[in-house]
Design a protein around this ligand. Structure first.
Ligand SMILES: C[S@@+](CC[C@H](N)C(=O)[O-])C[C@H]1O[C@@H](n2cnc3c(N)ncnc32)[C@H](O)[C@@H]1O
Length: 227
């Protein structure tokens, strides 16, 4: 999928495919921002303004939430035609295009590197390089966080199957992603399932955080550390 073609339509397309859940893109985005914030607070406590790389940042819809949490954000994207939209919405974020192969940064440049719903659009033969590049640009002690669709959740498969932007999607299992991150050199690799309900109340958000062990969340995240 060439996401340049979705520069005007991306949000509407996503909103349509998840409408049955009764919540829009902003809900799912804010839940992931909250998880990322919690991960970084737990793994890098006391760090002021963590320097964050968002690989495959798209329109940067998550960046306002992450800015509120104090992240200093750089977004990179292969579909460079979406970046003017991201820049307009988030003038205090740095956005760069890249070739999808080599991240345009020196080694050890970031505290945190994340990719949200990106890897299932990367051809599987490129997954090892994608993971190694994230490891390379993180400094020792840095954290990777990759959010992905959960292929064993039937509702997730339904959403992916009826969404034209997912025509090329190859979903990764939690064990596949853990293996890729370990092979790339990450340590303390773990996955947690998320998004069990579309309810925003603090009670249901707390329940969501307790259910990370249960394999049926709509999405999951994988984390690893550079040691
Ligand atoms: C489903 S969108 C997600 C965008 C954003 N992360 C979000 O959550 O809103 C997938 C994004 O991955 C990007 N992408 C595809 N292949 C990529 C690659 N090899 N490296 C980085 N990004 C890639 C696409 O251009 C697209 O913007």
């Amino acid at each position: 999928m060439d996401f340049n073609e979705t520069k005007q339509t991306y949000r509407d397309t996503i909103e349509q495919s998840i409408a049955f859940a009764g919540k829009g893109l902003d809900f799912f985005t804010s839940v992931k921002a909250d998880y990322l914030h919690r991960i970084v607070q737990a793994e890098l406590p006391g760090l002021d303004k963590p320097r964050l790389l968002d690989v495959g940042c798209g329109h940067g819809y998550i960046h306002p939430d992450l800015r509120r949490f104090g992240f200093d954000i750089v977004g990179v994207e292969v579909a460079t035609e979406v970046l003017p939209f991201a820049r307009e919405a988030n003038p205090d974020v740095t956005y760069l295009g890249y070739d999808g192969t080599t991240l345009p940064f020196e080694d050890d440049s970031f505290d945190v590197a994340m990719a949200i719903c990106v890897m299932h659009h990367v051809p599987p033969e490129q997954w090892p390089n994608f993971s190694r590049e994230m490891h390379r640009v993180l400094r020792p002690g840095g954290i990777v966080a990759i959010f992905e669709h959960n292929p064993i959740n039937p509702l997730t498969r339904y959403v992916v199957s009826r969404n034209e932007i997912d025509d090329d999607a190859v979903l990764l299992s939690t064990s596949t992603l853990r293996g890729l991150l370990k092979d790339a050199g990450f340590q303390q690799v773990a996955t947690r399932n998320i998004l069990f309900t579309p309810f925003a109340s603090p009670f249901f958000r707390a329940v969501d955080r307790q259910l990370g062990w249960c394999p049926f969340g709509a999405q999951y995240y994988a984390v690893g550390k550079v040691v």
